[in-house]
Design a protein. Structure first.
Length: 284
């Protein structure tokens, strides 16, 4: 399993990194377009559409994102759009986690399917807009999710259960602890402050998300970092409860050793739109 994970990770990095750092956004947008279509196919499987319906859903996801690209939306961030999407994620994410695994099947299938496709398309659009702004800006969002996950993992293993006996969401994700969440938040705050100073020291041509937020004051930067870290956990829990409700361990086996695309991007689904919301508000 470890060998598979390492090989898959190396292959993915070999494909994604050159595209990410390419002089223009198009290669990265094209590769991620294929990946988000695969996530749409996985979403259909998780919601009982069958193979044919799932393939169709993947194609619908691809067409929606390609249409947004063709219309030039990738170069036009909208504060209003991201505020609406951000508010929806906060409210819907809280409702999903609160209702738990048993609550998911009670949502009409059509609502689940359409809502998931829209969430995937908007996450891709947010990522595309972030890449058009600049690699440094997009990386600052992606690394936030990775740092939150890594710090949460090690904090959970080191001190999980030592300060609070209750689990974060025992039915949805039994291994997650509150200490892990706090550790992830601490890691993100350290990242945000360090990246802001690094931008200043290197005179970064394209400011990171953190440098943009820091223009509104250090307290705003810290609160925003904590908020994004918390919402990355919501994204993770939301996908976990959908998988548990469907009886799946992974969203698919497209990425050997890692599961499916949704398993890799779940925390990004709310974080990318919310990061764009905060960035557009900071720019006003």
């Amino acid at each position: 399993m470890l060998k598979q994970r390492v090989i898959t990770a190396i292959v993915l990095l070999a494909i994604l990194l050159p595209a990410l750092f390419w002089s223009t956004p198009e290669p990265f947008l094209g590769i991620t377009l294929v990946m988000i279509a695969a996530a749409g196919w996985e979403w259909g499987r998780l919601n009982g559409l069958g193979q044919g319906g799932s393939v169709a859903l993947g194609l619908v996801t691809l067409v929606l994102c390609a249409l947004a690209w063709a219309l030039g939306w990738t170069a036009r961030p909208s504060a209003l759009l991201w505020m609406v999407v951000g508010a929806f994620w906060v409210l819907a994410g809280a409702a999903l986690v609160r209702s738990g695994v048993d609550g998911w099947p009670k949502v009409p299938q059509g609502v689940r399917v359409v809502g998931g496709v829209i969430a995937l398309a908007l996450a891709w659009l947010a990522m595309a807009q972030a890449r058009v702004i600049g690699t440094n800006f997009l990386l600052s969002i992606l690394v936030l999710v990775w740092v939150a996950d890594i710090f949460a993992y090690f904090a959970g293993r080191a001190i999980g259960g030592k300060f609070t006996q209750s689990k974060l969401a025992p039915v949805i994700s039994p291994k997650k602890s509150w200490e892990g969440v706090w550790g992830g938040m601490l890691g993100v705050v350290v990242l945000a402050v360090a990246w802001t100073f690094a931008d200043g020291a290197t005179n970064a041509q394209v400011p990171s998300l953190y440098s943009r937020l820091a223009t509104m004051g250090w307290p705003v930067l810290v609160i925003a970092a904590l908020f994004l870290a918390a919402m990355s956990v919501v994204g993770d829990l939301a996908e976990s409860l959908v998988k548990r409700s469907a009886g799946f361990k992974d969203s698919s086996q497209l990425l050997p050793g890692h599961g499916g695309v949704l398993d890799r991007v779940d925390a990004l689904l709310p974080t990318l739109p919310l990061a764009m919301m905060l960035a557009t508000l900071a720019a006003r």
